[in-house]
Ligand binder design. Structure first.
Ligand code: IPM
Ligand code: MG
Length: 384
């Protein structure tokens, strides 16, 4: 019993040491400006995913129409990342889908359904988590804004380590005793902190907050904090502060204090939880986009799930594409199309916050997903 668990742990250590070596030999970020052609993959996912990702892609195709016509940008629609296919092949991402994803530079991905222990589906790893790992998308960047309250936050959630990296590889030692694992590497903590501080410097952000629970989770969170501090020392013009995750969740609700936060760096699980809280404060998880950034690939998605109930009730045409449209803004910025990103962002602020001529309710008393997409494109036209 014990031997089997120890053997399992040994394999995990070897895999993680190999990952550290891969991180050490990473050759740096793709230069999108130097590409002859940028390939954007669009992957529908499950539930409302196909509807909302198709809509966001339609808006992107409209914004990039001149570059598509000139052969500088290509959209590729990748089918097959569905829960049915994943169950059929017993893998979080079918091989053919993975091969096609790897032919793209950036990916726009709809939400995918994640089987949960005990729900009757096979214990397949989340497609999100698998994609983040396979494409080494180490930074999960999630902006949240509440302009009228002066809130302007950007979360840099570590995306390939923490309690997620071995989330499907825990061990039941016996019927009574189970272990899961949390992994932190110097390379992993350093690269997420570096990206956050570079972002803060480039965008004039005053403060970076290092979020952890190093008083209790002493080894992995302790190292995370140590390695982030080492990066912080290279950015003396930026204020660095340190917060435990529990008090962070409270302070985000404190209207007098929360506007002081700016950029956050967090291990994976804390980042997962806190970004849902932050998105809810902004107006709901349906309003927030998410970027998953690596040096070779990047993937852009909603922060919410696939809402299978909406499809079961025939309401998917009323699904809200705003989170995917926010993700599209991040995609455009990431590939250096900053003018177009600004245009789309401005149009979204008008459609979602200021003018709100159409409202999405998720039901037939609200606008459809495609009517909202039209509204956004009409608004862009007026802004041009
Ligand atoms: C997210 C989601 C995913 C996560 C799920 C779907 C696996 O909650 O992107 O935040 O936990 O990372
Ligand atoms: Mg989440």
């Amino acid at each position: 019993m014990t031997e089997k668990a120890v053997e399992h742990f040994r394999k995990l250590i070897e895999e993680q040491l190999a990952r550290v070596e891969r991180m050490k030999s990473d050759s740096g970020f793709v230069d999108y400006a130097a590409l002859d052609k940028l390939v954007i993959g669009v992957c529908g996912g499950d539930g409302i995913g196909p509807v909302i990702s198709r809509e966001a892609a339609r808006v992107l195709e409209y914004l990039l129409a001149d570059e598509v016509a000139a052969g500088k940008v290509e959209f590729r629609y990748i089918e097959g990342l569905t829960i049915e296919n994943r169950i059929a092949c017993g893998k979080p991402i079918p091989d053919d889908v993975m091969a096609r994803l790897k032919e793209c530079h950036v990916i726009l991905k709809g939400p995918t359904t994640t089987p949960q222990a005990g729900d009757g589906m096979p214990n397949i790893e989340s497609a999100n988590v698998a994609m983040r790992k396979a494409l080494d998308l180490f930074a999960n960047v999630r902006p949240v804004k509440i302009p009228e309250q002066g809130v302007d936050w950007t979360f840099f959630r570590e995306n390939t380590e923490g309690s997620y990296v071995l989330g499907s590889k825990g061990v039941n030692v016996s019927e009574d005793l189970a272990f899961d694992f949390t992994v932190t590497t110097k390379q992993g903590s350093t690269r997420i902190a570096r990206l956050a501080y570079e972002f803060a410097r480039a965008n004039g952000k005053p403060r970076v907050s290092l979020i952890q629970k190093a008083n209790v989770i002493k080894t992995t969170d302790g190292n995370f904090l140590r390695d982030c501090r080492a990066v912080a020392a290279e950015y003396p013009e930026i204020i660095t502060d340190e917060w435990y995750i529990d008090i962070t969740t409270a302070k985000l609700l404190d209207e007098k204090r929360r506007r002081d936060f700016s950029v956050f760096v967090l291990p994976n699980l804390y980042g997962d939880i806190v970004t849902d809280e932050a998105a809810e404060l902004q107006g709901g998880v349906g309003t927030a986009g998410s970027a998953n950034i690596g040096t070779r690939y990047a993937m852009f998605e909603a922060i919410h799930g696939s809402a299978p109930r909406m499809v079961a009730e025939g309401r998917d045409i009323y699904a809200d594409p705003c989170s995917m449209l926010r993700a599209a803004v991040m995609l455009l910025n990431h590939v250096g199309r900053n003018g177009k990103a600004a245009l789309l962002e401005r149009a979204l602020d008008i459609c979602m916050i200021e003018e709100k001529r159409l409202t999405i309710t998720g039901r037939s008393d609200g606008a459809t997903c495609s009517a909202f997409g039209d509204y956004v494109m009409e608004t862009v036209e007026k802004l041009k």
